[in-house]
Ligand binder design. Structure first.
Ligand code: ATP
Ligand code: MG
Length: 484
């Protein structure tokens, strides 16, 4: 496909909409003699008039060269080496042009497991990107746009199309299948026929992806404001059950479906209100029906035994089984696993008729109480028997919410004070440096002159003082008729 170039006057991307950190990184690379482009989601989203999630840069500088240019950077990644340039909480991802090479290590299924062969040509780099709409480059040298694969056309027509042969590209990296559906959900685009066709057929290749990478992908699918649409797309292409193993009995049932649709709608709503969605809540929602069934089955199994275990023990056992199965697909970090378990225990506690009155306050004081309440509120939509519990805990929830708002305001205030102090320290030290720089440097001869003058003054001061002391002593002796 022929290269399409749009000069600055022919497109809508303005530097005003590019983060200061990204611009600084681009300029420093350019000033060091390298080529530097914005590419990927940021260009795509800016052209669509959306705020980019992050800014990615592509360059002909190798990772070590980038790292040397930025003291605030680190090299990450094994499969692909990338440089993260860190500005406070903002991270700019800088990748080196890649090229097709025989050095790429492939698995038996054609999956690229390691590839750090760097290129010098932007055309090769564009060829290696996933979709046409993700391969538009913004050149910091002259602010033009470079489109190698018809991405601008697809962007205006709302189409997601993979670059190159679809089967081969999905085999190289099956995550591209999930990415296709994520962009479809996020942007409300259509998939090109050839991009869509292999999805259900090649979906099982996703099982070859490392569980750490899958954990990140699942978060991107469900936590960033288009969870409901992602869920519908994944279901439609039979990918959902691959992400949540052992859920086959529930996926597709009206109850599970309504529950998830409702839960994901409310988490998308949170994103609109600029509230964060947390993975522990997401997994609790997805795993809930399975854990509930496991707890029920375990209860039945132990029913006739003389020493029936406590509900808490059964919940722990059910969580362990469900989370172990889930871990084979998505590597949920231990802190999040602990939160999921605590949350599920709390959900059982606040729907337990045998909860002691003395325990109520301490339950309501727990860190995850508000999340547990949200969970039963969701369930109450489909399980009328849960409604009385929602009514009972509502008052405690309101109080917990008030405490949370107050604590957050206090935290924000402290943070602001710390930032102000840091700012004032910085401006003081800047002022001191400027004052120092303003003072004229003295030559060696001038320094020597000043020293002598000071010594003479010091010496003469001492002599004067000595003489005055002597005169006073003489006068006193004379007054006392003492020997001179
Ligand atoms: P967003 O950041 O909004 O989720 P994005 O397109 O920027 O979307 P990133 O994961 O940040 O997604 O990737 C940046 C760019 O890197 C992509 O736009 C694409 O050009 C390229 N890319 C990312 N993952 C792949 C992949 N698996 N295969 C090929 N190219 C990829
Ligand atoms: Mg991005």
């Amino acid at each position: 496909m022929a290269l399409l170039t749009l000069e600055r006057s022919q497109h809508s991307i303005s530097r005003k909409n590019i983060s200061a950190a990204a611009l600084r990184t681009l300029y420093r690379l350019r000033d060091a003699g390298f080529k530097a482009y914005l590419v990927g989601g940021c260009v795509r989203d800016l052209l669509l008039g959306k705020a980019p999630k992050d800014f990615d840069i592509s360059t002909n500088a190798r990772p070590d060269q980038v790292h040397r240019l930025f003291t605030n950077s680190r090299i990450i990644g094994r499969r692909f080496k990338i440089v993260h340039v860190v500005y406070g909480s903002e991270i700019i991802e800088v990748t080196t042009f890649r090229t097709d090479s025989d050095d790429a290590v492939q698995s038996r299924d054609g999956m690229i497991v390691r590839d750090n062969s760097y290129g010098t040509s932007i055309e090769d780099d564009a060829q290696r990107r996933d979709f046409t709409i993700n391969a538009i480059y913004y050149d910091i040298d002259n602010f033009s746009l470079l489109d190698f694969h018809g991405g601008l056309y697809d962007l205006t027509h709302g189409v997601i199309d993979i670059i190159g042969d679809p089967d081969k590209r999905y085999q190289e990296d099956p995550v591209r299948m999930i990415r296709a559906l994520r962009f479809k959900a996020k942007l409300g685009f259509k998939l090109a026929k050839r991009t869509e066709e292999p999805l259900s057929r090649l979906a099982p290749l996703l099982l070859n992806i490392s569980n750490a990478r899958m954990f990140d992908e699942v978060n991107k699918l469900f936590l960033t404001g288009h969870g409901l649409q992602s869920y519908r797309e994944l279901k439609r292409y039979n990918i959902l059950q691959l992400l949540f193993p052992g859920q086959e009995d529930f996926i597709g049932t009206p109850k599970f479906d309504s529950f998830l649709e409702y839960a994901l709608t409310s988490s998308d709503q949170r994103t609109l209100l600029q509230k964060r969605n947390k993975p522990h809540f997401l997994y609790t929602v997805f795993l809930w029906p399975k854990i509930e069934k496991l707890v029920y089955d375990l209860k039945v199994r132990y029913q006739s035994s003389p020493k029936a275990p406590s509900t808490s023990y059964l919940v722990e056992e059910a969580c362990l089984r469900a989370l172990t199965a889930q871990h084979s697909v998505t590597a949920i970090p231990a802190v999040i696993t602990a939160d999921i378990k605590r949350l599920i225990h709390l959900v059982y506690q606040i729907t337990d008729d045998e909860l002691q009155a003395s325990q109520i306050e301490s339950v309501a004081q727990q860190g995850l109480f508000r999340a547990a309440f949200d969970m039963i509120k969701l369930r109450a939509q489909f399980e009328p028997e849960i409604i009385p519990y929602v009514k009972f805990w509502q008052h405690y929830y309101d109080e917990a919410q008030e405490r949370f708002v107050k604590a957050k305001a206090l935290k924000d205030e402290r943070l602001k004070q710390r930032q102000d102090r840091r700012k004032s320290r910085r401006s003081k030290s800047k002022r001191r440096k400027e004052e120092k720089a303003q003072a004229l440097p003295l030559s060696k001869a001038q320094q020597a002159d000043l020293l002598t003058a000071a010594q003479e003054e010091f010496g003469s001061d001492n002599a004067k003082e000595r003489q005055e002391r002597l005169a006073r002593a003489r006068a006193w002796r004379a007054a006392m008729n003492l020997e001179p």
